[in-house]
Design a protein around this ligand. Structure first.
Ligand SMILES: Nc1ncnc2c1ncn2[C@@H]1O[C@H](COP(=O)(O)OP(=O)(O)OP(=O)(O)O)[C@@H](O)[C@H]1O
Ligand SMILES: O=C(O)C1=C[C@@H](O)[C@@H](O)[C@H](O)C1
Length: 347
């Protein structure tokens, strides 16, 4: 199993270019999602965003919040019906986007339009945000108050995607690294590693996960990349639903190279190579030591699989919101299988 996943990571031909347009698109997408889902964010909203947000707030989605537990019987079937409708909407939106891509490529008659450089149109963004909210409402009864633990390598997007999932569910997001820093009177993760060593950090990490799992419900937890290595941590994380964000190492190295390794002590290196190569080498070594442990998660959200499913050429085309939607799908399907298939009343 490790072998297979390792190969996936190693051999993936990920085209990941952060063109200025792509970076701007991501920023816009993140800003739009965050403004919508996490009101305290102070980013300035433009008129289009405000209009979109207002439309969301007044929409007439089915409100499942009054239902406790996993949906049963006819409710379950009506969810399926809605899901079918949703899929039709998605596939229309995707067809439209694919058409647009093909048109753009032939218009330009060049290969400039590697998928990463295309913008989602505002209406695409709207569709995607609507889907996210609808998916969150659908998955909530299945969760029945259970928390979600996001696991994954450093830079896999646990915090970014977690924020979107929490906002859509009306859950609170916790970042276990931040909790550890708070428990250590504001000492940063990098300083904890430097002054006390990794073992103290791991102890604190276990304490944080224990407290979260025993005290809180309805939270999304962005765990530290190494939380998976201690079996005791799984005991706590399995009190909720754990989701592994599986991102190719090359993509992680690009992300990390873009922001630097200051806050990630395990990636500090002797600077003898360029930052991307150094990060990739360090990540590969770390992966060798813990790749298998991620399989303990209840579900795996593979960015390569999502990109394939959505017809994207590159993993870097995926927005965090699209990843969040897929994560909800996985939560739902995991809980569906785990809790058994419900049948309509009387059958
Ligand atoms: N889908 C995405 N596409 C492009 N960049 C992304 C995506 N998701 C996250 N990022 C960027 O990657 C970097 C790491 O993301 P984030 O902090 O969410 O990861 P993490 O898994 O919480 O990391 P860590 O475990 O190291 O704290 C950030 O700069 C973020 O903006
Ligand atoms: O992958 C890891 O082991 C780590 C990831 C970060 O989130 C921090 O928890 C810390 O830097 C260790």
């Amino acid at each position: 199993m490790t072998e297979r996943i390792f190969k996936t990571h190693k051999s993936s031909k990920v085209e990941y270019s952060f063109t200025p347009i792509k970076r701007e698109r991501l920023r816009e997408s993140l800003c739009l999602s965050s403004c919508l889902l996490a009101p305290p964010l102070t980013k300035k909203k433009n008129n289009m965003e405000v209009a979109t947000i207002q439309r969301f707030q007044c929409s007439s989605w089915i409100d499942l919040r009054t239902f406790e537990g996993k949906p049963r019987g006819s409710l379950r079937y009506s969810l399926r019906f809605n899901e079918d409708k949703r899929l039709k909407v998605v596939s229309l939106a995707l067809d439209k986007r694919r058409d647009h891509r093909l048109r753009s490529v032939s218009d330009n008659n060049s290969s400039v339009l590697e998928t990463g450089s295309l913008l989602h149109s505002p209406s695409d963004e709207e569709q995607i945000l609507k889907l996210l909210q609808r998916k969150a409402e659908e998955v909530k009864p299945y969760l029945n108050g259970r928390s979600i633990y996001l696991v994954g390598m450093m830079g896999s997007g646990k915090t970014t995607v977690g924020k979107i999932m929490a906002g859509a569910l009306g859950y609170t997001l916790f970042d276990s690294d931040t909790l550890i820093e708070q428990a250590m009177n504001g000492t940063s993760v990098a300083e904890i590693f430097e002054h006390f060593g990794e073992s103290v950090f791991r102890e604190k990490e276990t304490e944080a996960l224990k407290k979260l799992s025993l005290t809180y419900h309805q939270v999304v937890v962005s765990t530290g990349g190494g939380a998976v290595i201690r079996p005791i941590n799984w005991k706590y994380m399995h009190k909720g639903i754990s989701i592994w964000l599986d991102v190719p190492l090359e993509v992680l190295a690009h992300r990390i190279a873009a922001v630097g390794t200051d806050s990630r002590p395990l990636l500090h290196d002797d600077e003898s190579e360029d930052i991307y190569t150094a990060a990739l080498n360090r990540l590969s070594k770390i992966w060798d030591g813990r790749g298998e442990a991620y399989n303990n998660a209840n579900a795996r959200v593979s960015l390569e699989n999502i990109a394939l499913k959505l017809g994207y050429k590159s993993v870097s085309d995926l927005t965090p919101t699209e990843i969040a939607i897929e994560a909800f799908e996985h939560v739902q399907s995991y809980l569906d299988n785990k809790d058994g298939i419900a049948r309509p009343d009387g059958l």
